[in-house]
Design a protein around this ligand. Structure first.
Ligand code: SF4
Length: 231
């Protein structure tokens, strides 16, 4: 065993990373630190869930925060076609600047705090998503859910059995992630519109600063009109 190794769990606050973390603890797997990168745009149920998990495992989760609003609306771009313009605005599949920021934040934190250690990261990719990692040759990233053959249904049931239920969020949303993400399915966005009016207001406020449309098929106003007209 490498005594210099540090075992770091990447925790998103969703069902997969929760099941991975709880089961690792059950199996007495070594965990040195648990890291959650906060975009500040998580559902309220996810923030409550994180607190609940901390109480359950009697361990604090390290929270790294990204300045989402700053990058969305204020950051002055220094390169490319839109050099000089401010804010990255709404993201799409080709332009997930927020995911890159999350990765960057984690990397900087790990480099700073574990400079002398060999880091082993644990990621909550479930068995049904195993294709996502087929090209990953990094032996220092482990996928316990794949090792345990736990798919998305298994991880949710496992969490429910332990009474982690996110107040029913998973009945309507497939992935918790950021509430404002345009990459969500239309039905999920509709659910947010009708059930989280305060969050929707925040999205509309941000929308004013974005050069990019909410999605290629709909602007935020158009999608709102669509929901209103079908109700
Ligand atoms: S869920 Fe969407 S908004 Fe949040 S970090 Fe991922 S791509 Fe960005």
């Amino acid at each position: 065993m490498n005594i210099n190794a540090k075992h770091i769990v990447m925790f998103s606050g969703g069902k997969d990373s929760t099941a991975m973390l709880l089961r690792m603890i059950e199996k007495n797997r070594k965990i040195d630190e648990i890291i959650f990168v906060d975009t500040t745009k998580e559902f309220p149920e996810v923030y409550e869930h994180i607190e609940k998990v901390e109480n359950y495992i009697s361990q604090k989760i390290t929270k790294l925060r990204i300045k989402f609003d700053y990058w969305f609306k204020d950051h002055i771009k220094t390169k490319g076609k839109s050099k000089g313009e401010s804010g990255y605005g709404w993201m799409d599949f080709m332009n997930r600047w927020c995911t890159a920021l999350k990765r960057d934040k984690t990397k900087k934190y790990l480099n700073k705090n574990y400079e002398r250690n060999n880091i082993i990261e644990y990621h909550g990719i479930n068995y049904g998503e195993k294709n996502r990692i087929k090209n990953n040759r990094n032996r220092n990233i482990k996928y316990p859910l794949i090792e345990w053959k736990m798919n998305s249904k298994n991880t949710l049931n496992y969490c429910y059995e332990k009474n982690f239920k996110w107040d029913g969020l998973y009945d309507n949303i497939k992935r918790t992630s950021c509430y404002l993400c345009p990459l969500k399915k239309i039905d999920e966005i509709k659910y947010i519109y009708f059930n989280y009016p305060d969050l929707w207001k925040k999205m509309k406020k941000l929308d004013k600063y974005s050069e990019r449309r909410f999605r290629s098929d709909y602007s935020l106003n158009e999608i709102e009109q669509k929901f209103k007209s079908k109700n």
